[in-house]
Ligand binder design. Sequence first.
Ligand code: NAP
Length: 252
Amino acid sequence: MNFTRRVALAVGGGSGIGRATCELFAERGGAVMVADVNEASAKATAERIVRKGGRAEACGCDVARWDQVQAAVERTRNVFGRIDVLVNSAGILRVRRLEDTLEAEWNEVLQVNLTGAFLLTKAVMGVMRQQGGGAIVHLASRMALRIKENRGAYAPSKAGLLQLTRMAALEGGPHGIRVNCVCPGFIDTPMVWGSGTKEEVETQFAGWAKVCPLGRTGHPEEVARAILFLASEEASFITGAVLPVDGGRTIL
Ligand code: NAP
């Protein structure tokens, strides 16, 4: 995968899978605008890339806010001149039963995980159409395909993202815009470590390893490679696809 002369806007790039994706994209020659609601973490990712000789800038962006999404898209075009790739890794997890989920919490999760994806897609599709094409990759989840307890708002938000991906792939196809999503399984990131106490998360990791065909949790870099494959020319005939990156967990 070579991204020389390619430009990516990577939202949620300040942490976990998004950060790993930004770093790999830059390693492979691309320029990246690292965007995140946490502007300090976006800057930290960009600084890591620049220290290694790559091209990166950072900006704050709350995907739930149309004005901020538009500003991030404009900033990317102003700094790097174009947008070839959108990686949407922004997401939040709330660990709660459906029946116990408050309306405000439901709205918050849907606003970031689904409405945010819609706003980003809408904002970059016009740019990519003018340029004659582009690639969009969303981060859904195994929870879009399977269910486990305490994912009351999260699982429905990620399932919606699959249909958003397909809808955008349908509309984008005639304009050379490919839209795909990956469904990670259990990946060792700050989001997972923030979902419970250290002991609880370690127990979950051990339980996962027992039922996952590859016998372990995943690393952010392993998801990053799948994302960038879908974003690359190597995937030139793939659009509307849903790719599990989960060590085989979803076959069971
Ligand atoms: P992460 O380490 O928490 O990274 C997500 C990043 O998105 C964080 O920097 C977060 O900032 C940012 N973010 C949150 N709300 C945002 C908003 N409104 N606008 C812009 N940025 C926002 O999580 P991750 O594990 O890398 O997850 C990346 C994506 O993969 C998410 O969509 C997640 O649902 C999905 N996923 C992860 C796993 C897993 O096991 N890790 C599994 C399946 C799917 P804050 O830290 O300030 O919130």
